[in-house]
Design a protein around this ligand. Structure first.
Ligand SMILES: [Cu+2]
Length: 205
């Protein structure tokens, strides 16, 4: 290869590189805009004013953000329903986050917002001393953990207390009397605990 060809090849490579660099942010921003539009539909409901100390609980699954697989690859009701169709929930990363993570004892209201593409719930369990969140073992058949000792739950779509689950882009809430101690908030839909849906709530004196 002559020097001239080398220079030419280099110039072509530089142009191609520039093209890639210029093109990528544009493509990403288009995707991001699309994703933002998709994950911010009009909320189905908002929680009413709640009593006591408010704890905001945010539920999410991989369909929530821009980093997951393409929209509609799961979370879309299939022939077997959203829970069991297509991908196993074990393949997904799901999250449950609590803000603030520490509240004083007494009346505590959980205000739960489902940012995911699947229905979720929040169940409040006591966390025994010496145990950390995420250590419970789900039943191998049901893929759910034991809810014994539950202090309450927010699983009613757009309403208080227990129900069939909080829909995507919707909310649920519940008001509890909590003694000082450590609690584990979980989503106990099949497979969701093992997929990461647990968080600690500390209640101080
Ligand atoms: Cu869940």
């Amino acid at each position: 290869m002559q020097l001239h060809d080398v220079c030419l090849a280099g110039a072509v490579a530089a142009v191609m590189l520039t093209a890639v660099v210029v093109e990528e942010p544009a493509a990403m921003s288009a995707t991001a805009v699309k994703a933002v539009m998709e994950i911010q539909p009009r909320p189905e409901c908002t929680a009413p004013p709640l009593s006591g100390h408010i704890v905001d609980v945010t539920l999410a699954d991989m369909g929530s953000g821009t980093t997951g697989p393409s929209p509609g690859s799961y979370g879309t009701p299939g022939p077997y329903g959203t829970m069991t169709g297509g991908l196993s929930s074990h393949d997904m990363r799901m999250t449950l986050s609590v803000t603030p993570a520490t509240v004083p004892a007494g009346t505590v209201s959980l205000r739960v917002s489902n940012k995911g593409r699947l229905a979720h719930e929040v169940v409040v369990l006591p966390l025994p001393s010496g145990q950390t969140v995420g250590q419970r073992v789900a039943d191998s058949d049901e893929q759910r953990i034991d809810e014994a000792g539950s202090l309450g739950e927010a699983s009613h779509n757009c309403a208080a207390g227990a129900g069939e689950g909080i829909d995507p882009s919707s909310m649920g809430w519940t008001t509890l009397m909590l003694r000082p101690g450590r609690y584990e908030l979980v989503c106990n839909f099949p497979g969701h605990y093992d997929s990461g849906m647990y968080a600690e709530l500390n209640v101080t004196k």
